[in-house]
Design a protein around this ligand. Structure first.
Ligand SMILES: NC(=O)C1=CN([C@@H]2O[C@H](COP(=O)(O)OP(=O)(O)OC[C@H]3O[C@@H](n4cnc5c(N)ncnc54)[C@H](O)[C@@H]3O)[C@@H](O)[C@H]2O)[C@@H](O)CC1
Ligand SMILES: [K+]
Length: 488
């Protein structure tokens, strides 16, 4: 399991740890890890040209100290000081003593900007808002320099400057890193888009913070072994009813395919049987003869342990009735796509059994009555707010799928891939997660395990994949998780 902690929590842990250590010890640990990462990225040190972008806080201090370590090993290190009068004095002295040079941004020549590696120490967890104009101009100069020449690798110190550490928001200019060396703990902004895309490969540098962090992180990402533990497996006494029956109320005369895809996902999510209720029964049976189908309303479909409602359901009165009936059932309910249009927060909050909502950014924007762009730039805030407003578990689909549920840490899905941006893939996910609900997983686990397998299946499917191929690859994803559990 990969965990991430908010700035407030990291700072509190750092204070605790610093009280027990000699002055500057933590920063020296951070700088040593940073320099080691730089060496790994460069592949050599002697003669390498290293450029440090140095802000006025300790993030710049880390860069200067790491620069001093590299200069001692023969690298040509130049520091650009964005706040010369506030540059970390110890770091600056160390760099100069090691043979490195430093000067204000205005004094840096174009030649000095040519480097094999850039260390971004403009801001770390103390940064706020987009980068200030001087820092933004320096980045623009770096990017514009020598068009056509090979881009230098950029190593972000703690996090890419300009990325909000707590949310992953990028409110203005920001560094785009090849890699990030982060200290003590992952910050949420390194795992959530758009910040995640700026971070490149993230390496966690241990500075001894672990014992001082609280047991509950703010954000976490499951890995193979976590998912393997959660997969519902049949026991020798299992029968199809004990393994759970999932009901699917999806599809319509206009969108029969959504029903076929949702059932396809549901059949591969660990439940023992799938009941389908709706107007696409013929197509569903043709594609999946093992489905128990009825052409009527969900209420008449027979007993289920969970419901999936919404994909391709349409927007008419009949669709609205199907959603209402499903929400009245005292079993876990997953609401997706068209079904999300008919939700009343009071009705959802009043349910005793869990409710799982699975909107994409556009649907989440409609539920929150904000613009889609606002959801995309503030994904973490949006998913938490939706979960709070509806008293439900919410899976927000997108480049980084997030799942929020009450006061528990938000889960971020690490297996996503752009190939999932294909028609019908969301229908497969809703069937799959609904099936996991029927098999007995709680809503947070069903949603995050569903998203994990779904992303992995898309990676295993032929490229470029269709939604049918994603569903078909689910057993391979499931088997891969089981086979490699414990080795990650
Ligand atoms: N606290 C600790 O014990 C440790 C901190 N470490 C480093 O210290 C960093 C935090 O240091 P600080 O609290 O000094 O804060 P930062 O260095 O992250 O940022 C503060 C500085 O950036 C400027 N700034 C803020 N927003 C800006 C913006 N949008 N554009 C340009 N400049 C901006 C501020 O005026 C200030 O000079 C961590 O990210 C990490 O790199 C590490 O050395 C490990 C130990
Ligand atoms: K930084």
């Amino acid at each position: 399991m990969r965990t991430a902690y908010s700035v407030e929590t990291v700072r509190a842990a750092e204070r605790e740890l610093m009280d027990r250590l000699p002055d500057g010890a933590l920063m020296r640990r951070a700088a040593a890890g940073l320099a080691a990462t730089a060496v790994r990225m460069l592949g050599w040190v002697y003669g390498a040209r290293v450029l440090l972008l140095v802000g006025g806080g300790d993030n710049g201090g880390d860069a200067l100290l790491a620069g001093a370590l590299l200069a001692r090993r023969g690298a040509a290190v130049t520091a650009v000081l964005l706040s010369p009068d506030r540059a970390h004095p110890g770091g600056l002295a160390a760099l100069r003593a090691a043979g490195g040079s430093a000067g204000p941004a205005a004094a840096v020549s174009g030649r000095a900007l040519v480097a094999d590696l850039v260390l971004d120490g403009i801001t770390g967890i103390g940064g706020s808002g987009g980068l200030r104009p001087e820092a933004a101009e320096l980045l623009a100069r770096l990017e514009a320099r020598r068009p056509g020449a090979a881009e230098p690798a950029v190593l972000a110190v703690d996090l890419p400057s300009g990325v909000d550490a707590d949310t992953g928001e990028v409110p203005g200019a920001a560094v785009r890193a090849t890699a990030t060396a982060t200290f003590g703990a992952y910050k949420p902004g390194l795992l959530v888009d758009p910040g995640r895309q700026r971070a490149g490969t993230v390496r966690l540098v241990d500075i001894g913070l672990g014992p001082h962090l609280p047991p509950q992180p703010d954000l976490l990402a499951l890995q193979h072994s976590d998912v393997a533990r959660l997969l519902p497996l049949p026991s020798p006494e299992s029968d199809k009813y004990r393994r759970g029956v999932v009901g699917v109320a999806a599809g319509s005369a206009r969108y029969p395919g959504a029903a076929v895809l949702a059932v396809g996902g549901a059949l591969r999510g660990g439940a023992g049987a799938v009941r389908y209720a709706g107007h696409a029964a013929e197509g569903v049976v043709a594609a999946h003869p093992e489905t128990l189908v009825s052409g009527g309303a969900p209420r008449e479909a027979g007993r289920v342990q969970s419901w999936v409602v919404g994909p391709g359901l349409g927007t008419g009165a009949e669709a609205e009735r199907a959603v209402a009936q499903v929400l009245e059932a005292d079993v876990p309910v997953l609401v997706d796509a068209d079904g999300l249009r008919f939700l009343d927060p009071g009705q959802v909050r009043a349910r005793r059994a869990p409710t799982l909502l699975t909107p994409h950014a556009g649907e989440a924007a409609a539920l929150l009555d904000v613009a889609r762009e606002a959801v995309e730039s503030e994904r973490l805030v949006s998913v938490r707010e939706l979960a709070r407003r509806y008293g439900a578990t919410v899976l927000l689909k997108g480049s980084t799928t997030l799942v929020a549920s009450g006061g528990r840490p938000v889960r971020v899905n690490p297996t996503g891939t752009g190939w999932l941006a294909t028609a019908g893939s969301g229908d497969v996910l809703s069937g799959l997660a609904g099936s996991l609900l029927a098999a007995g997983l709680d809503a947070l686990d069903a949603a995050s395990v569903g998203a994990y397998l779904h992303g992995l299946a898309a990676r295993l499917a032929p490229e470029p994949c269709t939604a049918v191929e994603v569903a078909a690859a689910l057993p391979s994803a499931w088997q891969q998780v089981r086979a490699t559990a414990g080795t990650d």
